[in-house]
Design a binder for this molecule. Structure first.
Ligand code: DX5
Ligand code: ZN
Length: 218
């Protein structure tokens, strides 16, 4: 069994005191900090860019997991790498036939890389790039906003992605993002996900350490 890692989505944090939020979430036991970058074009929401991440970087030694929901991500990967991202994930839907080259470009910057697919994209879409990936990210909501409801049809896709990863015999993380709660986290782990993103579930609780622990242990 792979180690379970919890990745609070900082999209649900208080942006007015982002540094403190990053520090507190790290001290509360987060393994990764999931950083949702949205451009108002690939998704219908705008969040933050590299400057925001760069200025948050000194507040935490946790893994900075930048989830790019932007068009033409290859134009920005260098800036996110410079800003201090430890892993950069890009969408198949934004890259299409440039996905493999984009993943390689991320790695050439000395940063880990991953491919992301939306709930309505088949796992087969990223079959050819799996060997390049340090992580695969499956969306369990349509990207754009925190606080949406988990789409249960994604569960068999997690199993399929886990089998695909196993077939490589490489140590590739399988991350799940969107609508994760204490009620459904066991199902996603049982299906094979080991990196658990949770935004609203973590940030609606006063005791962040307790909810992170609970998500890990359920
Ligand atoms: C959605 C983002 C998610 C989101 C998760 O576009 O990629 O990371 O913030 O938030 P919750 O856990 O509230 O669904
Ligand atoms: Zn995300």
């Amino acid at each position: 069994m792979k180690q379970i890692k919890i990745a609070p989505s900082m999209l649900s944090a208080d942006f007015a005191k982002f540094g403190e939020e990053v520090a507190l979430t790290t001290a509360s036991g987060a393994d990764l900090l999931h950083l949702d970058v949205m451009d108002g074009s690939f998704v219908k929401n705008i969040s933050f860019g590299p400057k925001f991440i760069k200025e948050a970087r000194p507040y935490s030694k946790a893994v900075f997991d930048a989830h790019l929901m932007i068009v033409n991500p290859w134009n920005y990967i260098e800036r996110f790498a410079e800003a201090g991202a430890d892993i950069i994930t890009v969408h198949y839907e934004a890259c299409k036939d440039r996905l493999k080259d984009t993943l390689k470009a991320i790695k050439s910057l000395g940063v880990k890389c991953g491919a992301v697919i939306n709930p309505d994209t088949d796992v087969s879409a990223i079959k050819d790039v799996i060997e390049e990936c340090d992580m695969l990210l499956l969306m369990s909501v349509f990207p754009g906003f925190g606080g949406q409801k988990f789409i249960p049809e994604v569960l068999p896709k997690i199993e399929e992605a886990a089998r695909l990863i196993e077939s490589t015999e490489k140590n590739i993380d399988l991350e799940i993002d969107g609508g994760i709660t204490l009620e459904n986290v066991k199902a996603v782990k049982d299906a094979g996900a080991n990196v658990i993103v949770a935004g609203s579930t973590v940030f609606k609780e006063k005791d962040r350490a307790a909810i992170i622990r609970a998500l890990r242990e359920v």
